[in-house]
Design a protein around this ligand. Structure first.
Ligand SMILES: Nc1ncnc2c1ncn2[C@@H]1O[C@H](COP(=O)(O)OP(=O)(O)OP(=O)(O)O)[C@@H](O)[C@H]1O
Ligand SMILES: [Mg+2]
Length: 506
């Protein structure tokens, strides 16, 4: 047997990486074999993305050894990584929005000189072929800017396949995918594996790891705490490795019945946002969960209530009084807070310190004179850093230096700091690790107990079922049903899909 054929595709030995005083990686060992899906698991800030950045040459490790297909490399650069067949699919695809799909794929894969003529028919044909291979039904002439994020991800994967990548890395690829898109992605990953590609797969969703991965490496505080065959592990065991302790997977129960109606919607609609005739009430102390498929109009409804796309029909009342929410500024003044879903686009400002990120929505109220600012800002920020267990070197660290999940917590803190009456949460625990997730659930319940009306959008069905006092199911821009808390998954899904006939199960 050819020894190099059985050698791992990728070996990382004793990789260390510091960012200033932060020890992101402290001597991590990792290897990837051909034809395997190797999951990387760990709490927020454990070092997963950093390890990936080292493996793609984006960041240079302070110490350690990188071996690709038997060849130990002195310094790995992004260009060299690409030549060696390493491709990384990011959650936010890095494509040119104004160019077509075929042009984007062409740019990625053609290495001609500037003077080389472009063979348009060949470029189109190859794009068509690659898209078909990854199961995408996207016309090659579509401008990338018109594609959804999951579609852009598929284009990225098509590029990886086209480039003959032997190592494909995916860092939380499914965070915003619908179930069907997720299933398609899984099919693509399995095909890559069958073709002998090695796949590194990062996700906080344990069920994905059990469905997809062959082996799992768990990182904790920048160190590997072990590599195991997935078949030898169960969920509780993985959590314990990851967190270093048992985490109760229980949802905090409501302790008292809800109070008066805080927010009331009567036939609310917004034609531009595709929301129509939504009627619902949320009471003080109540968590109203909004379930539904991605695209059912839940985020659109949240945007209407936050004044981003103001309502054009119906009536909104706050504490019994009719109100108009014409802008986010008005929403904030009325006591409505909105924690948006896509923290990378709407959430944290990467250059701004953590403390300022957390307090920016309350600046004018809290700090009428600027000399009061930094002390009050610091103490407020410290409170949330402690409450939400935000992992950062200090409150002065830039938002961009935090791991993805910790950025999510900062964005949550910002809106909690406004001390709202109505809190709208859009996918509050997306990208957050299991320990932090139960922490956030506890905080949401506590806020409700303190009298807040909470509207919680979530695609995580167990979360909606476990947290909600009542569950609204949205479909095609409107509220299809309101179900009591404790309803079963089957009933909620049937309503979300529009299979009313199945309602008998309720
Ligand atoms: N550019 C940077 N500057 C300073 N610190 C950084 C930088 N990038 C990462 N870190 C720190 O390194 C540690 C590991 O971060 P990393 O992004 O690798 O975590 P992660 O495991 O991917 O977490 P998540 O699940 O939240 O995405 C964190 O403490 C983070 O704050
Ligand atoms: Mg990460």
């Amino acid at each position: 047997m050819n020894p190099s054929a059985s050698a791992p595709l990728l070996t990382l030995r004793r990789i260390a990486k510091n960012y200033g005083g932060v020890r992101a990686l402290r001597g991590v060992d990792f290897d990837l074999a051909a034809g395997e899906v190797h999951a990387l698991l760990g709490e927020n800030g454990a070092g997963k993305s950093t390890l990936i950045k080292v493996a793609t040459g984006a960041h240079r490790p302070d110490a350690g050894e990188i071996t690709v297909a038997g060849r130990t490399l002195d310094g790995l650069t992004p260009t060299l990584a690409q030549q060696l067949g390493i491709a990384c699919i990011y959650q936010q695809p890095a494509l040119f929005p104004d160019l077509t799909v075929a042009e984007n794929i062409g740019l990625r894969l053609e290495h001609g000189g500037a003077a080389r003529r472009i063979d348009w028919p060949a470029r189109r044909a190859r794009a068509t072929d690659l898209l078909a291979r990854v199961g995408a039904t996207i016309a090659p002439d579509t401008e990338v800017g018109e594609l959804s994020m999951p579609e852009q991800q598929l284009v990225e994967i098509a590029c990886a396949v086209g480039a003959g990548a032997r190592i494909v890395i995916m860092d939380e690829p499914t965070a915003s995918l619908t179930q069907r898109e997720q299933a398609r992605l899984f099919t693509v990953v399995r095909e890559l594996r069958t073709a002998g590609v090695g796949v590194i797969y990062i996700s906080h969703r344990l069920e994905e790891i059990f469905a997809l991965a062959d082996r799992v490496t768990v990182l904790r505080d920048g160190a590997s705490v072990g590599t195991h065959p997935v078949a030898a592990m169960d969920e509780a065991g993985l959590i314990k490795l990851m967190v270093g302790r048992e985490v109760a997977q229980l949802y905090p129960p409501a302790e008292s019945p809800p109070g008066d109606v805080v927010l009331s919607l009567q036939n609310v609609g917004c034609s531009a946002a595709g929301v129509r005739a939504v009627s619902l009430e949320v009471r003080a102390g109540e968590i109203f969960g909004l379930a539904g498929l991605v695209g059912a109009g839940r985020t659109e409804l949240a945007r209407v209530l936050f004044g981003l796309t103001p309502a054009t029909a119906g009536e909104i009342k706050l504490n019994g009084r009719p109100i108009a929410i014409g802008s986010p500024q008005q929403a904030i003044e009325l006591g409505i807070a909105y924690v948006p879903e896509d923290r990378r686009r709407h959430g944290v400002i990467l250059e701004m310190p953590v403390a300022q990120n957390m307090t920016m929505a309350v600046h004018r109220r809290l700090f009428p004179t600027s000399w009061l600012r930094s002390g009050a800002e610091q103490s407020l920020a410290l409170e949330y850093v402690r409450d939400l267990a935000v992992k950062c070197s200090s409150c002065d660290a830039p938002g961009g230096s935090l791991s993805g999940g910790n950025q999510q917590k900062v964005s949550l803190a910002r809106w909690l700091a406004t001390k709202p009456r109505v809190l709208i949460l859009d996918e509050p625990t997306q990208g957050v690790d299991v320990g932090a997730k139960s922490e956030i659930h506890r905080i949401i319940r506590r806020l409700a107990k303190d009298g807040l009306a909470v509207l919680m959008i979530s695609s995580d069905l167990p979360e909606v079922l476990g947290m909600s006092d009542r569950i609204g199911v949205m479909r095609a821009g409107t509220l299809a049903a309101v179900l009591p808390g404790g309803s079963d998954a089957h009933t909620v899904m049937a309503m979300a899909l529009g299979q009313e006939g199945d309602k008998g199960a309720a």
